[in-house]
Design a protein around this ligand. Structure first.
Ligand SMILES: CSCCC(=O)C(=O)COP(=O)(O)O
Ligand SMILES: [Mg+2]
Length: 228
């Protein structure tokens, strides 16, 4: 499959570049274990205090005590809720883990070579994940294929909108200053691909092990099946 009309590629992370198990069995449990003490120790640091207040706003309860905020965050981790302040706080906690070498960002073996090839071919590369921009930079910066951050032109998280809503993809193409048809979105999740397609983007579903293929988007199983 060759597609010279693509000028930029926006990729999802979990289930696309990265094994879902790394996110659910390494990153989420690490955040679950470390977040309570991290919050107790850093609640007065401005960047952390801002996110704690954002959690209280999400709860619609501005006077919630810190311990109840912690309980809420742990519940959101356990139920995999993509709540923006949770994602920001997870990124802060994971920074420690990556920097201490507790884990590296998992990438499927086909991902780094394909990203380099697309970049060399003049395509602009972007990430769009529910994980915070900080978390995205950490995963690619401390990846098991080395530091891939120089390959990327930008990162988008839920500040631009939610991944199943077309409005988010309209905003992304507006920021890229390209026609939506010149942008290819890669994801494992059909609802995200549907939203991107609604915004006029090209789409491809990554069907990694354990992913159910849909029937409304072209599918590949690896990045090296995508010729651009
Ligand atoms: C940026 S790594 C952590 C990913 C994460 O927190 C998450 O919720 C996965 O979201 P995605 O949009 O990549 O499926
Ligand atoms: Mg995904």
């Amino acid at each position: 499959m060759s597609n010279p009309t693509v000028r930029a590629i926006v990729t999802d992370i979990e289930g696309t570049t990265t094994d879902i198990n790394f996110v659910h069995k390494v990153l989420f449990p690490y955040a679950h274990a470390k977040l309570p003490d991290f919050l107790r120790a850093n609640a007065d640091t401005p960047a952390v205090a801002e996110q704690i207040d954002a959690v209280r706003s999400e709860m619609d309860a501005p006077n919630t005590p810190l311990e109840a905020v912690i309980d809420q965050l742990l519940h959101w981790i356990e139920t995999d809720q993509k709540v923006t302040p949770l994602k920001a706080l997870q990124g802060m906690v994971w920074a420690d883990g990556y920097q201490r070498g507790d884990f590296k960002g998992h990438l499927y073996s086909d991902v780094a070579p394909a990203l380099r090839q697309w970049k060399d071919a003049g395509k602009a590369l972007y990430v769009y994940s529910s994980g915070s921009v900080q978390a995205q930079k950490l995963l690619f910066g401390y990846s098991d294929a080395g530091d891939l951050t120089p390959l990327f032109s930008g990162y988008f998280d839920t500040h631009i909108g939610h991944k199943r809503e077309a409005a988010a993809y309209h905003r992304i193409v507006a920021e890229l200053d390209l026609s939506p048809a010149a942008v290819l979105f890669l994801s494992d999740v059909v609802e995200e691909l549907d939203a991107a397609k609604k915004a006029g983007m090209q789409t491809l579903q990554l069907v990694r092990e354990g992913t159910q293929p849909g029937n409304t988007h072209a599918c590949v199983t690896r990045f090296d099946e995508i010729a651009l």
